[in-house]
Each structure stands twice: as structure tokens, then as C-alpha cells.
Design a protein around this ligand. Structure first.
Ligand code: ADP
Ligand code: ADP
Length: 218
């Protein structure tokens, strides 16, 4: 089974992706996490991508498509995967279809997490992330058991540089302009399943599971 998670920054894609991957034994392929590794390791891609990420703009399609071709080919031998944060433009969605076609592979369902902008700002500015395992917490909505450290590995949490109000505003605009149109792209293929992303993490997890079951078992 191969899944896509769509939705604006802060919708809860990463939070839910980790749980869904555990449940169905999928590999999470999160473009943002992969790009931040490239930044940290100062690879060629990392050097090219930094200015876009810091400003909350999308990294150019050709760089992302090359990166994802490599990641999908690398991970598919392990079984199913969950794409978190890709595709983010119609050009990327078309490139993904071509790649899947070449690999004789397919997407089973695209889960669309819907959350209003007013809630997204609060979620993103209060987000804190584990540098080691990537788990997202929230200062108020989803705090760790011990303040400032990850429940899983005790690492000190940090705030992403792009989770400030100004950059978040730009990321939300970029989402509306460039990413939202791909929801229609997947609706036309009969692959989109909308989920209300407001509620507790458990409630949303259950809705996503129902959505997956309705696509995969029919
Ligand atoms: P995305 O990967 O879509 O950007 P995250 O999973 O990182 O989103 O979640 C963004 C922020 O919102 C994090 O601080 C996370 O702890 C918090 N969060 C996730 N799910 C919920 C929820 N259902 N209600 C409130 N806050 C949430
Ligand atoms: P969020 O969890 O808030 O949705 P991500 O971690 O997925 O954010 O992405 C962080 C940044 O990485 C984006 O603002 C963008 O600059 C870059 N990025 C991630 N995925 C893509 C993509 N598919 N295409 C272009 N840029 C991307």
C-alpha cells in the first residue's frame, strides 16, 4: 500500500504519518525532513535549497523531483511508503505519476487533512521538534511528558527556523496558490479522501484509518 498525505503546513501530516506508518508498516518519506538533513550535512542540494526553505518558499521542482525519484526507488524494496509533503505542485504530481508508471507502482489513496488557517498559525508557532526522531510536539496542544525533551529518546526539542509568524504566513499563501490545486488532481483520479483535521490526535487517526480501509478494501 502506498499513501500520500496532503494538507497545509501544520495540518498534522507528520504527527499522523508516524502513527499510520507504525500501524501499516510503511516507510515515511517526508520531504521536509529529508531536505533538513541535506541542509544539516551541507550537501549540494542542501546549499541550493536553504534560501527557499528559510523564506517559506517551495524548493524548485526539478531539485525535488530528482530527490524523490532517488528516495522512492531506494525505499520501495522495503514495501509500502507514505509520502508526507510531496507532491506539492501539479508539476510534481505529474512527475510522480510518470515515475510510478515506470516502476509499475501506484498510489492507493491521498488523505487530505483539512484545518483552517486560524488554527494553523497557533499550531506552527507553538511546534517543537525532536532533532533525533523528528517527532512533533506542541507547547500547549501536545506537550511532551517532560518539558522541552522528547518522550521517545530524551533529546532536547527545538523550534524550526521557519516556524515564525512571518514565514508561516508566506507558507500558507504558497500552499493556497501552488499546492491546493493538486487536491483536484487527485479528486479527478478518484483517489482523494478528505478528513477533518480539527480534533484530538486520536480522533483524527481514527478518521484516517476509516478512510484508508474504505479505499484499500473496496
Ligand atoms: P505538518 O507535518 O502537517 O506540518 P505536524 O504534524 O508537525 O504538521 O503538526 C503541527 C503542529 O500541530 C505540531 O506542533 C503538532 O504537535 C500539533 N498538532 C498535531 N495534531 C494536532 C491536533 N490534532 N490538534 C492540535 N495540535 C496538533
Ligand atoms: P510542514 O511540515 O510545515 O508542512 P515541511 O517540513 O514539509 O513543512 O517543509 C518545509 C519546507 O521544505 C517547505 O516550506 C519548502 O521550502 C520545503 N519543501 C518540502 N517539501 C517540498 C516539496 N515537495 N516541494 C518543494 N519544497 C518543499
Amino acid at each position: 500500500m502506498n499513501l500520500i498525505f496532503l494538507g497545509p503546513p501544520g495540518a498534522g501530516k507528520g504527527t499522523q504519518a508516524k502513527r499510520i506508518c507504525d500501524k501499516y508498516n510503511l516507510t515515511q518519506i517526508a520531504t521536509g525532513d529529508i531536505l533538513r538533513e541535506h541542509l544539516k550535512n551541507e550537501t549540494g542540494l542542501g546549499k541550493k535549497a536553504r534560501e527557499y526553505i528559510d523564506a517559506g518558499n517551495l524548493v524548485p521542482n526539478d531539485l525535488i523531483i530528482d530527490m524523490m525519484r532517488y528516495e522512492i526507488e531506494k525505499n520501495r524494496s522495503k514495501g509500502g511508503y507514505l509520502l508526507d509533503g510531496f507532491p506539492r505542485t501539479v508539476t510534481q504530481a505529474e512527475a510522480l505519476d510518470e515515475l510510478l508508471n515506470d516502476l509499475n507502482d501506484k498510489i492507493d489513496v491521498a488523505i487530505v487533512l483539512n484545518v483552517p488557517n486560524s488554527e494553523l498559525m497557533a499550531r506552527l508557532t507553538g511546534r517543537r521538534v525532536c532533532p533525533s526522531c523528528g517527532t512533533s510536539y506542541h507547547l500547549i496542544f501536545n506537550p511532551p511528558a517532560n518539558e522541552g525533551v522528547c518522550d521517545h529518546d530524551g533529546e532536547e526539542l527545538f523550534q524550526r527556523k521557519d516556524d515564525n509568524e512571518e514565514t508561516v504566513n508566506n507558507r500558507l499563501e504558497v500552499y493556497t496558490k501552488e499546492t491546493k490545486p493538486i487536491i483536484t488532481y487527485y479528486e479527478k483520479q478518484g483517489l482523494a479522501h478528505h478528513v477533518d483535521g480539527v480534533g484530538t490526535v486520536d480522533e483524527i487517526f481514527n478518521l484516517i484509518n476509516e478512510g484508508i480501509d474504505s479505499f484499500v478494501n473496496n
